[in-house]
Ligand binder design. Structure first.
Ligand SMILES: *Cc1c(COP(=O)(O)O)cnc(C)c1O
Ligand SMILES: [Zn+2]
Length: 410
């Protein structure tokens, strides 16, 4: 008996075997992994998870591998911090930061999805992995492939931040910069995937890859003491993470691991690339593609693959969505750093700024509990704040010079 039944089309329900497939042959709908929850319920318990390894494989029963994981033994199980200073600044009773800016090994939540994707790619027998990326996925695929001894081809928009580019090339993958937007990179990769027999983590391996995002949600629920918060605010690019955070809540509830599953899941996007949030706020079912223009490059996907499912996840949960302007993103990065000592990248700035708006609009109540998803590290996007922060005092190496300086400070 296997925990995994195979793949199923989200649109028409057609079933497929467990294979490197991602679209339905009948209707072109996306495929999703199907589990046997009765089988899983027989073994899974809070105690079993709690006694598991201190990484995201503690949720292996709900991840799509046939064998044992071969990658990501240091990935996940990141801190969930009570954010009291930030709560005071926002005027909300209970605020938590889920801090994947310290996820190992590449400091974003993409380490989770990539470790599942590469373990699965090895099970399928691939020797080369590839991806289209807005930056963090490139970092993660390059690092994990280096460890796994897999060849890696990584495709990015050529104008990404230095930290994202160098933070990829250091692992010695084949890095290809494309003169175009992420959406153009992704379209090219779909064509390349049709010609080269590689494991494209976010194309033909996507059903398995995206399941890795659930662990971000599982950890929040376990770390809150097997409790679902009132709200979780999630940054959206392709829209997979928010969809899987909602799925994580539903799976834990279905398996009796948490009592309530009524968390409102909210979407956060940049004003310069916010098609999912626009659809949520305007009550539309479909997501109208946009051409990205924002400093939040990690979220700059104008035509999100899971857009309609992200809209549905927010809406069905009772959640909403909010945009953040570039100025608001920078201000939120500074607010998080100066209240909680956490330096996040632009995506985290988007999420905090959107949270602020949702509070102001009354979508998040002052007496509620809210988890803010911080998914990436600020050291990778230094250029957006380097001219905003106060420069260092520069003085000669003499006590009198320092005392002179102190006169201007006191
Ligand atoms: C990729 C990414 C996201 C969003 O992921 P999707 O699943 O594509 O919506 C959020 N935050 C960061 C830092 C990312 O790199
Ligand atoms: Zn179908």
């Amino acid at each position: 008996m296997s925990r995994i039944r195979g793949l199923r089309c989200r649109e028409c329900g057609a079933e497929y075997p467990t294979a490197p497939l991602h679209v339905c042959e009948m209707c072109f709908g996306p495929l999703e992994v199907v589990y046997d929850y009765e089988e899983i319920a027989q073994v899974l318990s809070r105690e079993r998870i709690a006694s598991g390894p201190p990484n995201h494989w503690r949720y292996q029963d709900l991840l799509p591998l046939d064998g044992e994981p071969t990658d990501g033994h240091d990935t996940g199980y990141t801190p969930l911090l009570p954010a009291r200073n930030l709560a005071a600044a926002l005027g909300v009773r209970e605020v938590w930061i889920k801090n994947d800016s310290v996820c190992a090994p590449t400091l974003s939540f993409k380490d989770r999805v990539v470790s599942v994707a590469l373990s699965k790619a090895k099970e399928f027998g691939f020797d080369t992995v590839a991806c289209a990326s807005t930056g963090n996925l490139a970092n993660a695929v390059a690092a994990h492939a280096a460890r796994a001894g897999l060849r890696a081809f990584i495709f990015i928009p050529a104008d990404l931040e230095l930290g994202k580019v160098v933070g990829t090339s250091i692992y010695r993958p084949h890095l290809v910069g494309i003169e175009g937007t992420y959406d153009e990179v992704n379209r090219l990769c779909s064509e390349i995937a049709g010609v080269y027999p590689w494991a494209f983590v976010n194309i033909n391996i996507r059903p398995f890859y995206s399941e890795g995002s659930k662990t971000f949600g599982f950890e929040i629920l376990e770390q809150l003491g097997w409790r679902a918060p009132d709200h979780i605010v999630v940054p959206c690019a392709g829209g997979s993470l928010i969809t899987k955070v909602r799925k994580a809540i539903q799976e834990f509830h279905k398996l009796g691991l948490i009592d309530r599953a009524d968390t409102k899941v909210h979407a956060a996007q940049a004003a310069g690339c916010g098609p999912i949030v626009t659809a949520i706020r305007e009550g539309e079912e479909f997501v109208r593609p946009v051409r990205p223009n924002t400093i939040a490059k990690s979220l700059a996907i104008g035509n999100p693959a899971d857009g309609i499912y992200a809209v549905a996840a927010a809406r069905e949960s009772g959640g909403f969505g909010a945009h953040a302007t570039d100025e608001e993103i920078v201000a939120a990065i500074e607010l998080l750093a100066s209240t909680e000592g956490i330096f996040t990248e632009t995506a985290g700035g988007v999420t905090l700024a959107a949270t602020k708006r949702l509070i102001e609009e009354g979508r998040i109540g002052r007496d509620d509990s809210v988890v803010i998803s911080i998914t990436g590290n600020g050291l990778k996007t230094l250029e957006v704040v380097q001219n905003v922060v106060k420069p260092a005092y520069v003085i000669p190496p003499r006590l009198e010079a320092f005392q002179e300086l102190m006169k201007t400070i006191e």
